[in-house]
Design a binder for this molecule. Structure first.
Ligand code: P6P
Length: 342
């Protein structure tokens, strides 16, 4: 007879991400299930991608294809696999009307789809770190498309981040974690490969009002504006709560995830090499901004709210400052030529 035998830690009482998403659907009376279906396709894609990422060194998946993408960046083999996986899964159920990817010059539209959602994603963020076994990630966002105005076109993707209905990221790190917001809080789910499921592990994530680390590529110092240099000197200088510690992985998802959990600020500013910034608005900055604001943080270009910026092209770049509300506000003060209010 079974007694109260020890339950393996992997078989958790926490809900799986699919259950959590489904419970969210039941709370939305008008829900048709297409939103839920798309989120679950992204979850399935994450499971498939994590399986490849974990075997990359063994299955000849390291290295690059020899090609370059629309950004002019060398395309890594795992980039292609992640991109194809997401497109294939999102197309399968006919609920996604189209998707836009960092890896594709143009949006892909699914004319036979019945759903009214568009998905934007960076399929494998930080792919230059794949070969050295540093964390990489996937970033995604969901927009509605107005079918009353006719079938969606590439222009249908050019929406403000404030119009996102869901956003999140997957970090393929020491464990694989999905962080997701549908506008009602931010929740993290950790993958248990023995169960093949993501279990709720970080419920209602809230970023601290202020942190004690800053994250920026100090190697770009000579390219920064005087305002960014002034902020950089301040954050490294002596004063109440300063100097901050410096952390920089070089994968947005990894630097953002640490910042979300511990507080502080991540900055990729405009500079003389990237006058509009390096990171992309539609499928990197905007989804991250939705997550950080939903967790009580702040997301800015340094001068305006990321979620207010209207993209004019799919691959538009933007300066990105995300993190604890007070730390981002301090950065914004320097961008105005002012000192923080403390
Ligand atoms: P840098 C990775 O290539 C990426 O797109 C982001 O994930 C990351 O934050 C940034 O570029 C790193 O850029 O110029 O510091 O190597």
């Amino acid at each position: 007879m079974l007694t109260n035998s020890w339950v393996p830690p992997s078989v958790s009482d926490s809900p799986t991400i699919e259950t959590f998403i489904l419970e969210g659907m039941f709370q939305a009376p008008a829900a048709t299930g297409t939103f839920t279906s798309i989120l679950n396709q992204i979850v399935l894609s994450s499971k498939l991608i994590t399986g490849r990422v974990r075997r990359a060194g063994l299955a000849d998946l390291l290295g690059h294809t020899g090609g370059t993408n629309v950004q002019g960046e060398v395309v890594q083999k795992l980039d292609v696999i992640a991109n194809e996986t997401l497109i294939r899964q999102l197309k399968r159920r006919g609920h996604c009307a189209g998707c836009a990817s960092e890896e594709l010059d143009h949006a892909i539209l699914f004319p036979d789809a019945t759903g009214s959602y568009l998905v934007v994603f960076d399929p494998l963020d930080g792919s230059s770190n794949i070969d050295v076994n540093i964390s990489i990630g996937t970033i995604f966002g969901l927009f509605r498309c107005d079918r009353q105005a006719g079938p969606p076109t590439e222009a249908s993707f050019l929406q403000r981040g404030s119009d996102l209905v869901a956003a999140g990221y997957v970090i393929y790190g020491s464990s694989t974690v999905i962080v997701l917001t549908t506008g009602r809080g931010v929740h993290g789910f950790t993958y248990d490969p023995t169960a093949g499921e993501f279990f709720l592990s970080h419920e209602d994530m809230r970023i601290p009002e202020r942190g004690n680390t800053y994250s920026i590529n100090e190697g770009n110092h000579a390219r920064w504006s005087p305002e960014v240099m002034a902020w950089n000197q301040y954050i490294k200088g002596e004063g109440p709560g300063r100097p901050y510690g410096h952390r920089y992985v070089g994968t947005l998802v990894a630097d953002a995830h640490r910042t979300l959990l511990r507080g502080g600020v991540f900055v990729y500013p405009e500079d003389t090499k990237n006058p509009r910034g390096k990171l992309r608005l539609l499928y990197e900055a905007a989804p991250m901004a939705m997550v950080f604001e939903a967790a009580g943080g702040r997301a800015s270009t340094g001068r305006e709210r990321i979620l207010d910026v209207l993209p004019t092209t799919l691959h538009e770049r933007v300066p990105l400052v995300i993190g604890s509300r007070r730390d981002v506000e301090d950065y914004e003060a320097f961008m105005r030529g002012e000192q923080p209010t403390g």
